[in-house]
Ligand binder design. Structure first.
Ligand code: MG
Ligand code: MG
Length: 275
């Protein structure tokens, strides 16, 4: 298309209900991957735990085979920001890792990520993860209060720059996205404020909101495995992600067990189920 923005796939309520099915399986699978993340575990063990839940639910992985990606989750440890490949690496005390996974049920995708710290944690890493997660919830809440997709990035940006303490960087090289019959759809969901407002927020819009924050420079590089993204200054990173649906009644977080009720409630937003 020469002009305008890529077309957004707006979903019907029934399609969003199918996405919720995928979202709940994914939430359960991430629970198991997180539980497997202990000192001494191999990152590949997390992948095994995750894949088992998908198999039990007859869900398909949307990561496995994606441009040749060899696993069902990405596990990104310490200075690895995203797209780390799980394998033989053994987790050590104090490692901070993001676990990013997805699944497909009846052709509909879900995508979600969490950050975990194993063993005794550096308080600066705890803060990094907590601010990243809180920023994600601010971005999700903006889907209820805002008018355009750009409001999501504005809310994330404002929050990250409002917290006390050492500045955290918001990654710009990787962003959130629309989600539906493919994992990655229009529109891009930036995690920072720009003058570009993006598409209007309206019923049927489903977005994966995924801020990635770093303790140092936001410059990144891709390792020789052609996947793993690291910070060039080796500073540590965190990623949190949920897939969210906007419907006539409000918003519902497809990949949160409670639809986002608790965390959105703390921000004054009522999460509204899809029924
Ligand atoms: Mg993801
Ligand atoms: Mg994503």
């Amino acid at each position: 298309m020469a002009f305008g923005q890529p077309k957004v796939q707006y979903k019907t309520i029934d399609q969003m209900r199918l996405m919720r099915k995928a979202g709940l399986v994914l939430a359960n699978a991430l629970d198991e991957a997180v539980a497997a993340a202990v000192p001494g575990a191999r990152t590949g063990d997390l992948d095994t735990a995750f894949a088992k839940v998908l198999a039990q639910a007859d869900a398909t992985s949307n990561f496995l085979g994606y441009y040749g990606f060899p696993a069902t989750i990405c596990v990104s440890v310490n200075e690895e920001v995203v797209h780390g490949i799980p394998g033989e690496r053994t987790l050590q005390d104090g490692d901070i890792l993001s676990i990013d996974g997805g699944c497909i049920i009846d052709g509909w995708h879900a995508d979600s990520a969490r950050t975990v710290i194993v063993g005794p944690a550096d308080p600066a890493d705890v803060r990094l993860s907590e601010v990243t997660e809180a920023a994600m919830w601010r971005g999700i809440a903006a889907l209820a209060s805002g008018t355009h997709v750009g409001d999501v990035g504005g809310a994330i940006d404002d929050y990250v720059h409002s917290v006390d303490g050492p500045a955290l960087g918001i990654l710009e090289d990787y962003v959130g996205h629309g989600i539906g019959t493919e994992m990655h759809q229009a529109p891009d969901v930036l995690n920072y404020r720009t003058s570009h407002r993006g598409p209007k927020i309206r019923s049927g819009l489903c977005l994966a909101i995924e801020p990635m924050l770093v303790r140092g420079s936001i410059d990144t590089a891709v390792l020789s495995d052609d996947w793993t993204v690291v910070t060039t200054d080796r500073s540590r990173a965190s990623q949190w992600e949920h897939s969210v649906a906007v419907h006539d009644g409000g918003i519902w977080v497809l990949t949160a067990h409670d639809g986002g009720a608790k965390r959105l409630g703390e921000l004054g937003v009522t999460a509204v189920p899809l029924d």
